[in-house]
Design a protein around this ligand. Structure first.
Ligand code: NAD
Length: 298
C-alpha cells in the first residue's frame, strides 16, 4: 500500500526500511536530511513537510520523540491537517492516552481516522520485525492496515477507544523502567558484596529475578560499558512521567512508580537528556561506589 512515514529515527528508520522491503510504496519526511537520504536510496519518495506527505497519501505513520513535536506534526503550520489526501493517521510513538485523545478529536473534525499504534521491543525488534504492536481505534480500520503493521511484529488489538493502546504501552514501559532500575540496584548490591556482575546476570536469568534488564540491557550495554542500547534517556523519562500522569488520571496509587520515577529523573539530570537509557546504571554505580562491568577476558 501507499504509506507516508514521518520520523525516521532509531525506531522509524528500521521500521520504514522494513515497509519498503515488504513492497509498500513509501513517502517519507524527517527534519534530518541524512535520515531521509537513507530511505530515498532504498526507493522511498522524499516529501518536504508533514502537510506534503498528507497531500500525497491516504495513510500516514509517525514515530516522533516528544508530545510537542507530535502535536506540531499533526496540527502545526505545515502539519498533517493541512494536507488534502490523508484519511488515516497511525501514530507509532509513545504519547500516553491524554495526547492520543486530543489528536483523535482534532483529526475526527477533519474526517481523519486515528489508529494509536505504540510499539515495544526496541531497536533490535524494529530491525527484525519482532515488535509488540499495540493498536486501538476503529477495528475495521485496524484490520485494513494489519498487513502493513505485521511487517513490524505481532499485532494486538487493545480496544476501540482512542488512547487504549497507549495505556497498554505505558503499563509495559513502566515495567521495563522498573526492571532496569531494580536490576541496577540488585547488581550493585551484589558487586559490593564481591560478586561478579556477569555471573549475577547468568544466575538471575536462570532464576526467578529474570527480566529484560538482566537478559538484554545489562549483557549488551552495561556489562561491556558500551551504553548504546538505542533508547534515549529522555524517552524513558517521558514514558515514566506519562505513566505517573495516567495513573493519577485513573486514581491508581503508585508508590513503586514514584520511587522508580525519582531515580530516572536523577539519572537524566546526571547523564543528560541525550544519554542512552542504560546509563541509569552509572547513576546507581556512583551512589553505591561500585562499577558493574564484565571482567576482561584473558
Ligand atoms: P529518535 O529520536 O531516534 O527519532 C525521532 C525522529 O524524529 C528523528 O529522526 C528526528 O529527526 C525526527 N523528528 C524530530 N522532529 C521532527 C519533526 N518536526 N518532523 C519530522 N521528523 C522529526 O526516537 P525513537 O527512539 O525512534 O523513538 C520514537 C518514538 O518511538 C518515541 O515515542 C519513543 O518513545 C518510541 N519508542 C522508542 C523505542 C526505542 O527503543 N528507541 C522503543 C519503543 C518505542
Amino acid at each position: 500500500m501507499e504509506i507516508g512515514f514521518i520520523g525516521l529515527g532509531n525506531m522509524g528508520g528500521p521500521m520504514s526500511r522494513r515497509l519498503v522491503e515488504a513492497g509498500h510504496k513509501l513517502t517519507v519526511f524527517d527534519t534530518r536530511k541524512e535520515a531521509m537520504d537513507k530511505l530515498v536510496a532504498l526507493g522511498a519518495q522524499a516529501a518536504s513537510s508533514p502537510a506534503d506527505v498528507a497531500s500525497r497519501v491516504e495513510t500516514v505513520m509517525t514515530s516522533l520523540p516528544s508530545l510537542d513535536i507530535g502535536m506540531k506534526v499533526v496540527n502545526g503550520e505545515n502539519g498533517l491537517t493541512r494536507g488534502n489526501r490523508i484519511a488515516r493517521y497511525i501514530d507509532l510513538s509513545t504519547t500516553g492516552s491524554r495526547a492520543a485523545v486530543k489528536t483523535a478529536e482534532i483529526l475526527k473534525a477533519r474526517n481523519i481516522v486515528q489508529i494509536d499504534c505504540p510499539v515495544s521491543g526496541g531497536v533490535g525488534g524494529a530491525e527484525k520485525g519482532t515488535l509488540a504492536v499495540m493498536t486501538s481505534g476503529p477495528k475495521d480500520e485496524v484490520e485494513q492496515v494489519r498487513p502493513a503493521l505485521e511487517v513490524f511484529g505481532k499485532v494486538f488489538y487493545c480496544g476501540d477507544k482512542p488512547g487504549m493502546a497507549q495505556s497498554m504501552k505505558l503499563a509495559n514501559n513502566f515495567l521495563s523502567a522498573t526492571g532496569m532500575a531494580a536490576s541496577s540496584e540488585a547488581i550493585a548490591m551484589g558487586v559490593k558484596a564481591g560478586l561478579d556482575p556477569s555471573l549475577m546476570c547468568d544466575v538471575i536469568n536462570a532464576g526467578s529475578g529474570m527480566n529484560t534488564a538482566t537478559t538484554q540491557k545489562f549483557p549488551r550495554s552495561v556489562l561491556p560499558g558500551t551504553f548504546d542500547y538505542g533508547f534515549g534517556m529522555a524517552l524513558m523519562v517521558k514514558d515514566v512521567r506519562l505513566f505517573l500522569a495516567e495513573a493519577e488520571d485513573y486514581g491508581i496509587p503508585v508508590e513503586v512508580a514514584k520511587a522508580v520515577g525519582s531515580l530516572w529523573e536523577t539519572a537524566m539530570k546526571e547523564n543528560g537528556e541525550q544519554s542512552d537509557f542504560t546509563e541509569l546504571a552509572k547513576t546507581v554505580e556512583k551512589r553505591a561506589g561500585v562499577t558493574m562491568r564484565a571482567a576482561k577476558k584473558a
